[in-house]
Design a protein around this ligand. Structure first.
Ligand code: AMP
Length: 602
């Protein structure tokens, strides 16, 4: 293994990262750093989050920055506000000993004016979410003409979130001879397309196998009847007393319900999803980071920016719609050299999905047996005993109180005292499990009959947009829009959206609100105007996509529309998974200032 010095990292940067506790380069750094420092090729790096990729691209970018020139020289695009803040904060930490180096995070959901002011003062590295950067470009407040390095971080997520067009628009402003580095945890076709379109004979670096989960993660599934899913979740949580994990749910409503139930049942849990205000999400994430919450129940989207390295478990409360999401979820544990477990609580119909995931991550799931009440009580007991053994006793502070405590308990034998201490902690569990029925695991045999595999991407999209076989009223076009019930859209809000974004008044006919998307009908003559005015508008941080519904009747089936639809194919997925984008501008920064240092944002 090489040292940072051998990789060519300059002394002033080494000093900063040593202070942060980085002793040796992580594998992705070993691969990427010398390449970015020395060569002139583009680089594709397939690496999960948590592998040390920020330093892999960050250290060379900082080192290559000319601090005498006060213009943007490097641009890092990333999908979410908190990743943006995280990267900027990391770069600020790494550049602690570089004079006059300015990094600016640029993201939606915060004052654009202050970002403009900072840009005017001059920055050399911009870390941006695509939507806000486009705003700034349109206001002519940012000039990318001197950018020499572009990093696309979490490219697969950016595409999932519908940022392809924005990326196109941004890259058109950057000189063609820029170097480009693309990081992605997975390599779906859409990302491969981007690499072809924008990258110049890229060198491909894979940390682990493509799409493969981290080696530190064990994958376990528990098969239960749908009605027993929550009970199984509780047992799993009880069986791992020191669990520190995220429970992923598919919708905001399910997320809130499960969190509410867990809280009611005495667990140290809370919910994180897009129906919460920014301040509430920040608060929950902060509590989770400092371990005040043990179980965070979250949607994929809301949890995306939460960067926590020490998760012991990720729990899939049901499997996500697409395999990439599973890779992302499970990649949140087993980070930074630690081990972790990714648990899927599935019902029999999801068995097929398990097999598909196994193929992609190239790992076998273990089939877990839901722990019995007895096993749980035993496990909890030993955890308690362990805590008693290891608790730090602050002699000075309790020594004054202890004599009266001894006096009070004098009549009890040591064994009695132990029994009582254990009972104090333990009665809830014992009461609960004393009469609890064991959870029955459905027979595996039915699974092959019921196997429900992932629909292929194309089929999924077709289903979504096929307008349920309904055709438009005569003279009307039936339009698809990528927001639905999960996004709190109802007929009134949908009409409000049309009114907000379409300059002239438009009659709106039939409206059908579905779970993750909706259909509405407008006069044929207005269809293109509505599509044009609404598409790519941003609403609460969510980019709208509107198009003629397939098979839904309507005026335009032109090639333009077809292209749109193809692009929409993956844009829409963000809405389906967890579906909490609509309201959420992303929650705040992970606090991310290691060792209490403030980030050095300009
Ligand atoms: P990232 O994938 O960039 O989010 O990094 C994951 C975690 O690893 C972060 O907490 C980094 O601070 C940490 N990290 C990155 N590089 C190193 C290193 N060389 N040694 C120790 N920790 C590191």
């Amino acid at each position: 293994m090489k040292t940072f010095e051998e990789l060519g990292v300059a002394a002033n940067i080494r000093k900063a990262i040593e202070e942060m506790g980085y002793e040796n380069p992580m594998p992705v750094q070993e691969e990427v750093i010398p390449y970015l420092l020395g060569e002139t090729n583009d680089v594709i790096a397939l690496a999960q989050t948590g592998t040390g990729k920020t330093a892999a691209f960050g250290l060379p970018l900082l080192q290559k920055t000319n601090t005498k020139e006060n213009v943007p020289q490097a641009l890092i695009l990333c999908p979410t506000r908190e990743l943006c803040l995280q990267i900027a904060s990391d770069l600020a930490d790494y550049s602690k000993y570089i004079e006059n180096l300015r990094v600016l995070p640029v993201y939606g959901g915060s004052s654009i004016e202050s970002q403009i002011k900072s840009l005017k003062r001059g920055v050399q590295i911009i870390v941006a979410t695509p939507g806000r950067l486009i705003d700034l470009i349109n206001r002519k407040t940012v000039d990318l003409a001197n950018v020499k390095n572009v990093v696309l971080d979490e490219a697969d997520e950016m595409l999932n979130m519908g940022f392809l067009d924005s990326i196109d628009e941004i890259l058109a402003r950057v000189p063609e001879d820029r170097l480009m580095l693309l990081f992605s945890a997975t390599m779906p076709k859409e990302v491969a397309k981007i690499t072809k379109k924008y990258m110049n004979s890229p060198k491909e670096i894979t940390i682990g196998r493509k799409n493969e989960g981290s080696n530190n993660v064990k994958h376990v599934y528990y098969m239960v009847h749908a009605k027993d899913k929550y009970l199984a979740l509780k047992r799993i949580a009880d069986y791992y007393p020191s669990i520190y994990g995220i429970i992923f749910c598919r919708t905001r409503r399910e997320t809130q319900e499960i969190a509410d139930k867990l809280i009611q049942d005495g667990y140290n849990a809370d919910a994180l999803h897009g129906d919460l205000s920014q301040a509430q999400r920040d608060y929950v994430m902060q509590k989770f980071r400092i371990h005040n919450i043990q179980l965070l129940v979250a949607t994929d989207v809301a949890a995306r920016g939460l960067d926590v390295d020490s998760l012991t478990h990720v729990i899939n409360y049901g499997l996500p719609d697409d395999i990439e999401s599973y890779t992302h979820r499970s990649g949140r544990t087993g980070r930074a050299g630690k081990t972790g477990t990714s648990i899927a609580i599935v019902h029999v119909k999801e068995k097929g999905k398990i097999r598909e995931i196994e193929k992609i991550i190239n790992k076998k799931f273990e089939q877990g047996t839901i722990p019995s009440g007895e096993a749980i009580c035993e496990k909890q007991l030993f955890s308690l005993v362990d805590r008693i053994e290891k608790v730090k006793v602050n002699e000075d502070e309790i020594s004054n109180l202890l004599p009266s405590v001894y006096r009070k308990l004098d009549w009890l034998e040591k064994e009695d005292i132990i029994k009582r201490v254990v009972a104090l902690e333990f009665n809830r569990l014992i009461d609960y499990y004393r009469d609890a029925q064991e959870i029955e695991s459905p027979s595996d045999r039915s699974s092959s009959r019921d196997d429900k595999s992932y629909p292929r991407r194309k089929d999924r999209d077709r289903n979504d947009r096929s307008s349920g076989g309904r055709t438009a009223e005569r003279g009307y076009s039936r339009l698809f829009i990528n927001v639905g019930r999960t996004d709190n859209v109802n007929p009134a809000t949908l009409m409000g959206l049309v009114n907000d974004f379409v300059p002239e008044k438009v009659n709106i006919g039939r409206i059908d609100i579905m779970q993750n998307f909706s259909f509405f009908e407008v006069p044929e003559k207005d269809a293109q105007k509505v599509i044009k005015s609404m598409s790519r508008q941003e609403q609460n941080g969510r980019r709208l996509s509107v198009e003629v519904a397939q098979g839904g009747g309507g005026s335009d089936r032109s090639g333009g529309d077809r292209n749109n639809r193809e692009r929409g194919g993956f844009r829409d997925r963000g809405a389906k998974r967890g579906g909490s984008d609509f309201k959420s501008s992303k929650p705040s920064d992970k606090g991310g200032h290691r060792k209490g240092r403030k980030p050095k944002f300009s």
